[in-house]
Write a new protein. Sequence first.
Length: 497
Amino acid sequence: MKLRSACKFLHLLTIIFTVIEAQLVDKSNKRKEISRFEPNWESLDSRELPKWYDESKIGIFIHWGVYSVPAFGTGLSAEWFWTIWRSWNVEDHVNFMKDNFKPGFTYQDFARDFTGEHFNATEWVQLFAESGAKYVVITSKHHEGYTLWPSKYSFSWNSVDVGLHRDIICEAFYLEVYLFNSDNVFSAELSEACRVDNRIRFGVYHSLLEWYNPMYVSDRDSEFTQREFVEKKTIPELKELVMKYKPDIVWSDGEWEASYEYWNATEFLAWLYNDSPVSEIVVTNDRWGNDTMCLHGGFFTCHDRFNPGVLQPYKWENAMTIDKLTWGHRNNAKLQDFLTSKELIKELVVTVSCGGNILINVGPDKFGIIQPIFAERLRDMGKWLSANGEAIYESQPWLYQNDTITPDVWYTQGASINLRRDVFAIVLDYPYDTNTVELYSLFGYTDENTTIHVLGYPESVQWRIVNESVQVTLPNKAQLDKRGLNLAWTLKINVPE
């Protein structure tokens, strides 16, 4: 079944399931009246975060929109091209337009070339699965207002009416139900069973504001005393997304110009948590108003590329980019602008050691191609996780996040079993001079039954107590390389409770 035909079938199923779910939700709500969330932060913040999110650890962020056509950025994000050119009048952007396009060319004209002709959902999901990611978040609508689904609130500024002529959110949702079978061949079964047993969860990024929407501009000019844009566009659009595609994540952005009260955020979240078809599984972030970031929401992002390097008292996410300068695709990127695979692994390890999830951004080009440098980084991460994933997925922060003396050693821990647990020490730099690593933070936590293994290596390694540290002798680097163990090395240390 082709994806576009499947999407039509999915829409029909959605209508049927929505009716059934509405009946089930109504019955469930009658049983659970006492547990309903009120439209205030005290109540909403008391909701327990669905455990699948913390266990997943790794997600992929996709920034794809009309901005992928000019694909231009020089130190400023490519996905902000429209406002950088039109409102900020940045010289290199103005010159880019003068040099490459005829007078009178508008941003909307770029949409005709947003063809996505090489977009292949199977290739995307295969790459994401190979990367080791457990969830995907795609920009259903960025600040330009162009939606990747045929929103009835988009005034035809959407991917079905102009440009792609495809419902990308539907096709992206279809990614969620792709599963590896025992032969590592992808299959797609559009059923609730897939949603229960899926390997990759699906989320939507949604910008609250739209730079040049007349209703939003009018609301802003009134200093947000009127709310026409929110009532006629934002909230109906968000509910349409949720009801039609049932995302596991609603990732909000574009909140910074107005308070959560203007955005009617608490009312929407109360509906999402109480009455939506994803009320039990959905997770949300903290970008619901200029007064909510790092304060309210299901998990905190605090700011772009947030990676504090220390344990936080809340669940958080590091939304970051492989291209260090931009989220959207740009044609003028240089090799040094991209994280190396080793740098990406370090970002992942530090994030998870400190209790965070990592959301790794890639920007496909206007044709729907994820460039080879992004694919290489993601596959390298996947290879590393195939050996070291035990230290990442479903892990928890340990008593210490990094070693107190030895640099570039970070810790996580597994679950307690029979009064013992595994502590994982992830070594980011191989000690070439001595082949030994000293774990000072581990001193006092081992006993006579402690064993230490390098994940992916068949034999246990030697260790001893030296100068108030646990000194571990690593296998020779050549032996590790031969087994494909590189970028970082994980010691699995079994200790008593």
